[in-house]
Design a protein around this ligand. Structure first.
Ligand SMILES: Cc1cc2nc3c(=O)[nH]c(=O)nc-3n(C[C@H](O)[C@H](O)[C@H](O)COP(=O)(O)O)c2cc1C
Ligand code: SF4
Length: 419
């Protein structure tokens, strides 16, 4: 099944850090069009229907219009390249293979909102990507795509690379901004949103790597072309990360709305060794775990929500018949306990309690009332936590309760007590 490569166009075929090769392959054409009429950029992105690829799916053009409309002496564009969600590797592929597309996207975004300084917040665990980005940024500067007078237009913009320190919560946009400011990364109370009061209190456009990397093609080919791919509510392509018990693990670009079955069977090649598919974790470590019977669900936010799956950043982790879901839940909840920043009580105290309850089921010592408590606590966290980390942490547990109740009800002591 052939990929539809927009963001990954020419990936693997050109020398990644060379702007000359990128340009020869059609790169920087979107920027040239944008420079000819900067005022139309935000309207074109709005018209394209582009939505954020970092997980929340917020309309990108609308977000850009907030920063464009804010009056300030300084504005920033920040690229979220933290990619800390276990099971997500798509931004890494973009930065490794076509870093100039991200740079081009950031310059277009800056031109659209009126920013003159950009940052790429890169996760610390990608040291090889750091080297590639450093070389690509230097090359872009040397060839007039960044700097004081971009392509002779008089527009000034430069990008600084910032390396995170390994905290998952710093992928949350306001914790990321705190971290960029040199503080301990903790989510801020919103509003105000970064678009109007972000980095050092200035209007700041924060977007995901994949989102920004879509801007050049929209500028070059137009909003109608972009809308011809994907679904009506979520146009374009998406990078999907396939991991776990699937033969062809990797990152693939397809139009939004492709079914999980197509991704699993045709692209992924099914489970290794002819094993049966048992469950799929959708949308990353904090996404819902669904049964194999939902394989025909289209991968778009609306269809996923209707089916009880999670679209997130387009991650799919496949689990075969040998997988123990209680092991999976224990592992995931340990991750959230460790990564909670501790700012709010519901997450700081809630996650260890969720872990304690999951472990009781795993060790066969759960008692009457424990399942109700697990659901009550998880549901309270989804509304009571300050940021998405705590709000989404119970998702895997609550979805297993919904789709695989036998996992809990057959746990030894619990089963005896409630029978
Ligand atoms: C705990 C947590 C981690 C996140 N990690 C990332 C990340 O690694 N990359 C990312 O782009 N967005 C991440 N987000 C979402 C960002 O807060 C934000 O919505 C996103 O960067 C906006 O960009 P977009 O509109 O282009 O998707 C995370 C959110 C939370 C709550
Ligand atoms: S939900 Fe968790 S990670 Fe988010 S602010 Fe509260 S304690 Fe920190």
């Amino acid at each position: 099944m052939e990929e539809t490569r927009v963001v990954l166009h020419k990936a693997g075929e050109i020398q990644p850090t060379s702007s000359r090769e990128y340009e020869a392959a059609g790169g920087y054409a979107g920027l040239r069009k944008a420079l000819a009429d900067p005022d139309q950029i935000v309207d074109m992105i709005k018209a394209s229907g582009l939505r954020g690829r970092g997980g929340a799916g917020f309309p990108t053009g609308l977000k850009m219009s907030f920063t464009k409309g804010a009056s300030a002496d300084k504005k920033y564009v920040v690229c979220n390249a933290d990619e800390g969600e276990p099971g997500t590797n798509k931004d890494r592929v973009i930065m490794e293979e076509v870093p100039h597309r991200l740079i081009e996207g950031m310059v277009i975004a800056a031109l659209g909102v009126g920013a003159d300084q950009g940052y790429i917040y890169l996760r610390a665990e990608y040291p090889y990507v750091r080297t590639i980005l450093e070389k690509a940024l230097a090359d872009a500067r040397a060839n007039g795509f960044l700097g004081r007078d971009i392509l002779g237009s008089g527009f000034a913009f430069d990008i600084q690379l910032f390396i995170g320190a390994g905290a998952y919560v710093c992928g949350e946009e306001t914790a990321l901004l705190d971290s960029l400011e040199g503080k301990r990364g903790e989510p801020r109370v919103k509003p105000p949103y970064p678009g109007v009061a972000g980095l050092w209190g200035k209007p700041t456009l924060v977007n995901n790597v994949e989102t920004l990397s879509n801007l050049p093609a929209i500028m070059e080919h137009g909003p109608e072309w972009f809308k011809s791919m994907g679904t009506e509510k979520f146009p374009g392509t998406k990078l999907f990360t396939l991991s776990g018990n699937v033969v062809n693990r990797g990152v693939y670009e397809f139009p939004v709305g492709i079914t999980i079955r197509e991704l699993f069977e045709v692209v992924g090649g099914g489970c290794p060794n002819g094993k049966r598919l048992y469950a799929i974790q959708t949308g990353g470590a904090s996404g819902n775990i669904i049964p194999a019977s939902l394989l025909d669900t289209p991968m778009d936010p609306e269809s996923c929500a209707a089916a009880g799956a999670t679209f997130g950043a387009g991650d799919l982790m496949f689990m075969d018949e040998n997988c123990c879901l209680l092991d999976v839940l224990e592992n995931l909840t340990e991750f959230f306990v460790k990564e909670s920043c501790g700012k709010c009580c519901a997450c700081r105290e809630g996650n260890p309690q969720l872990l304690h309850l999951v472990q009781k089921f795993r060790h066969g010592t759960a008692q009457r009332g424990d399942l109700d408590l697990l659901v009550e606590l998880g549901s309270a966290m989804t509304i009571g936590c300050l940021c998405g980390l705590g709000q989404a942490a119970p998702n895997p547990i609550l979805s297993v309760v919904r789709f695989f109740p036998q996992v809990f009800t057959t746990s030894d002591a619990y089963a005896k007590e409630v029978s």
